[in-house]
Design a protein around this ligand. Structure first.
Ligand code: HAM
Length: 429
């Protein structure tokens, strides 16, 4: 047994899933280009305040899940537990508010750290792609954001997924809703889980995030935020729905969706697979966060975005058996017999690769039979064989590995002068 193992809740991403990750990445980049979002990369750690303030003190993330440490200069740092606060920090720091608004940004394969109870689809380090649009309050941007998330999963070929939508109002109307929520929960207090007893006092909206089985019926019967929206919030929500309807995007209103981060205002949404009518854990989620920039010391700046778990996207590809391109096989496999041939083969491999071909060469001193077996297993189209005879004549022997076993050797093997090899190959591939 090895001495060390990956830390609980973390995973190695091995080459066997490489193509699925690559497909998710290229799909995200393709959709980002089509929608006009540009890539941003922020550091994986920030000063703790960025998240403590941004995400909110009463949230599970800040209270229980952050990886916070002091560096050698005694500065409190936190490994990013989500992507949005860092992006807004960068937007403010670099004065992106002076550019044409909205500033439309995306991030890809960023590591996110949360000290959660590890289980399938829930890790202590996971990766997200996400999109953020800052500086514009138009509900059309909410609709674009939701359409964009939907489109990524359409492009991947996903089936049986649903968008859930809600509005949680803003600083004008939410206080009245919270008050009503506290009124509703107060008589139920003794029967709440320990966490919820604290939530009732510290952050009542988070009562609706509780995962405890026994609190679910109370959540289901709780007052709904959408019933308490002020005029402008109700109008905003109405326009978002009209636009989603106009685009014929399938969504369901979930009046209990509040999301687990404090920065949200108005629109919140999630995308999740639905199996036998039961919603599974979310593929992605987000919403509007019109107050976040101010919390981080900037001018009031509207914003909206979402984050999506890439492990979950890769898992979905597997579960739904969606098409993932195969790992590219080599086009040429070079077999070499003898020390002189090794030198010649090494140079040939370099020449082929420089010319753009995927070429592999056998290592070690193996028999021709073993090398040909490896060539066949590699999936290469051609074997380039170099032995003493080829060296003497200044040739390479090419063998067509795609030809059937019934094709005689003289119809599938070709001696080609070394100098003309690249041209010969170009004509045949
Ligand atoms: P979030 O809902 O906490 O939102 O995370 C976004 C997505 O990341 C989830 O829907 C899920 O797919 C994935 N995810 C979250 N936690 C885990 C985990 N422990 N293991 C695996 N996957 C996970 C945010 O983080 C917000 N920053 C999203 C946002 C962007 N809102 C506005 N802009």
């Amino acid at each position: 047994m090895p001495v060390y193992k990956a830390v609980q809740g973390t995973r190695d991403i091995l080459p066997e899933s490489e193509m699925a990750w690559r497909l998710v990445e290229s799909t995200v980049v393709g959709v980002a280009d089509r929608y006009g979002y540009r890539r941003v990369e922020t550091p994986i750690f920030e000063e703790t305040g960025v998240f403590a303030r941004g995400v909110g003190a009463g949230t599970d993330i800040v209270e229980k899940e952050m990886y916070t440490f002091k560096d050698r200069g005694e500065t409190s740092l936190t490994l990013e537990p989500e992507g949005t606060a860092g992006v807004v920090r960068a937007y403010l720091e670099h004065g992106l508010f002076t550019q044409a608004q909205p500033v439309k940004l995306f991030y890809l394969r960023i590591p996110i750290f949360r000290y959660e109870r590890p289980q399938k689809g829930r890790y202590r380090e996971h990766h997200q792609f996400g999109f953020e649009a800052l500086g514009e309050a138009d509900p059309a941007l909410d609709a674009e954001m939701i359409a964009l998330l939907w489109e990524i999963y359409q492009d991947l070929g996903a089936r049986d997924i649903v968008i859930q939508l809600n509005s949680i109002g803003d600083a004008n109307c939410r206080p009245a809703y919270i008050e009503r929520l506290v009124e509703y929960y107060t008589p139920l207090k003794d029967d709440l889980c320990d966490d919820c007893k604290v939530r009732l006092v510290k952050n009542p909206l988070r009562l609706l995030d509780c995962k405890e089985e026994r609190d679910q019926p109370k959540i289901a019967a709780a007052p709904k935020s959408a019933d308490f929206l002020c005029g402008p919030c109700a109008e905003h929500f109405g326009v978002v729905r009209t636009l989603l309807d106009a685009m014929a995007l399938p969504y369901a209103i979930n009046p209990l969706l509040v999301r687990g981060l404090d920065y949200y205002t108005r629109t919140v949404f999630e995308l999740a697979p639905e199996r036998e009518g039961r919603r599974q854990s979310a593929l992605g989620g987000g919403g509007r966060y019109d107050g976040l920039a101010e919390l981080l010391g900037g001018r009031p700046t509207p914003g909206i975005g979402f984050g999506a778990g890439m492990e979950r996207a890769v898992e979905l590809l597997k579960e739904q058996q969606l098409a993932v391109p195969p790992t590219p096989a080599p086009q040429v496999y070079i077999a070499v017999l003898g020390a002189g041939a090794h030198v010649e083969g090494t140079v040939l491999a370099r020449d082929l690769r420089s010319a753009g071909w995927r070429a592999q060469i056998a290592f070690g001193a193996r028999s021709l039979k073993a090398q040909m077996k490896a060539a066949n297993n590699s999936g290469a189209r051609w074997a380039a064989i170099i032995g003493d005879g080829e060296l003497e004549r200044g040739e390479i022997l090419w063998r067509d590995l795609a030809a059937g076993a019934d094709v005689p050797d003289d119809a599938r093997q070709f001696s080609v002068p070394r100098a003309g090899v690249l041209e010969w190959l170009r004509e045949r591939m």
